[in-house]
Unconditional design. Structure first.
Lengths: 105, 108
């Protein structure tokens, strides 16, 4: 399941990187830049950015766990690693939510 | 076999580097810069050699890690033949396109 989630999130992130770079190339002047920044303040875009943060964090944490397992970390540590990853993801989720929805961003 | 092992190591190393790079990128763009994501501020930052080097390395690492992953996935789901060749060609073209487009933003 972690392996599948890692793959699905990876494909989604590849699509995002492509979209992100395409948007960046269109920001050739201050007016267009300001328009895009203004658009990014809309609630739906903020929510999408927050989802992206969680997606990237999940992909990274699952990736680290899968790599450690590939490198021979004992099977008895799989569950503790999962718990550690889930805890870090939850912490990032809380910090990110505060920043994206109630904070300085 | 050695090339595959090297690719395996580089993809994992790239992932770790991307984690650090993403942390810096997210912090600078979304937390530290709060309210100051203006054309002038970003342009000024992108004139500094250190930031240009960071963003270039970030872009290349992201493309290698991500599109290298897609390359591997294509090899796992498609049998050797025209379909695999076509899929990998598309992946390479997309990766090259992203690097080119990203470079145009960094080196206008």
């Amino acid at each position: 399941m972690a392996w599948a989630a890692h793959r699905v999130s990876g494909v989604a992130l590849c699509a995002f990187v492509m979209l992100h770079v395409m948007v960046l190339t269109s920001l050739g002047n201050p007016e267009e830049f300001a328009r895009i920044v203004e658009f990014s303040h809309k609630p739906v875009v903020r929510a999408a950015e927050y989802a992206l943060l969680l997606l990237a964090a999940s992909h990274a944490l699952i990736g680290v766990r899968l790599t450690l397992m590939d490198l021979g970390v004992p099977a008895r540590l799989e569950k503790p690693m999962f718990v550690a990853a889930a805890t870090m993801l939850a912490a990032l989720g809380i910090i990110g939510a505060r920043a994206f929805f109630w904070g300085t961003h | 076999m050695r090339a595959n092992a090297l690719h395996w190591v580089l993809r994992r190393l790239g992932g770790v580097l991307l984690l650090a790079g993403l942390g810096v990128h997210m912090y600078v763009m979304h937390f530290a810069a709060a309210g100051n994501v203006t054309y002038q501020a970003v342009s000024a930052r992108l004139m500094q050699p250190g930031w240009i080097a960071f963003n270039a390395a970030f872009l290349l690492t992201a493309v290698y890690h991500g599109y290298g992953g897609l390359w591997d996935m294509a090899g796992e789901y498609l049998r050797p033949g025209p379909a695999l060749k076509a899929a990998r060609t598309i992946i390479v073209l997309l990766a090259m396109g992203i690097v080119l487009a990203g470079s145009m933003s960094l080196f206008p």
